[in-house]
Design a protein around this ligand. Sequence first.
Ligand SMILES: Cc1cc2nc3c(=O)[nH]c(=O)nc-3n(C[C@H](O)[C@H](O)[C@H](O)COP(=O)(O)O)c2cc1C
Length: 207
Amino acid sequence: MQELTLFQTLSERHSVRKYEPGVAISKEELHELLQYAALAPSSWNLQHWRFLVIDEQQKKEELLPITYNQRQVVDSAVTVAILGDLEANKEAEGIYGAAVEKGFMPEHVKATLVGQINKAYSGDTTFPRDEAFLNGSLAAMQLMLAAKAKGYDTCPMGGFDKEKFVQVFKVPNRYVPVMLLTIGKAATPAHQSARKPIEDMIISNTF
Ligand SMILES: Cc1cc2nc3c(=O)[nH]c(=O)nc-3n(C[C@H](O)[C@H](O)[C@H](O)COP(=O)(O)O)c2cc1C
């Protein structure tokens, strides 16, 4: 299959809810898609996303009631739960240490940044959660586009019982589920959807 251009991908991605059952995505291909997703930008390059890959039949069946019986989680090839890291500051030392080693960053810049990041994550604020959702969503979007460009269809899903999901899939406290994303081959095309006129979305300079 010929890969789509960026603009074809943006125009042709739609949320597919009916998948051809029995279609599998190889581990290698999924890793390639996830690698593209992980090229997303993130605050301080902390890479807040984690990808919980659900592709075993039994786990898909367990996921079904958690998604209020959205059948797509069973029929698609895989559901990827995008998790956001609530303690992403703990990654700073390692990420910047590697950057220093590669000569991308001097040691004193690393020390300043790590200090800033730890300060931002201290105290009882919504900041860690906001960051987990913000940055996790960028990776999710990038995953949808990478999948589409490679000939797969996706559906982002926020309609699931987050508490139950955490419990059944044993998600540690450190991570928060941002969204689920089904990936597979469409059995029937997505519902048509339109967008509001772009003029209604644009505010010039100030309200
Ligand atoms: C955060 C988020 C949560 C969503 N949750 C669901 C969901 O639980 N089930 C579903 O079928 N679609 C879900 N959608 C898909 C939207 O309904 C869809 O993106 C929207 O109608 C626009 O259609 P399109 O994606 O086909 O362009 C979700 C989309 C987003 C971005």
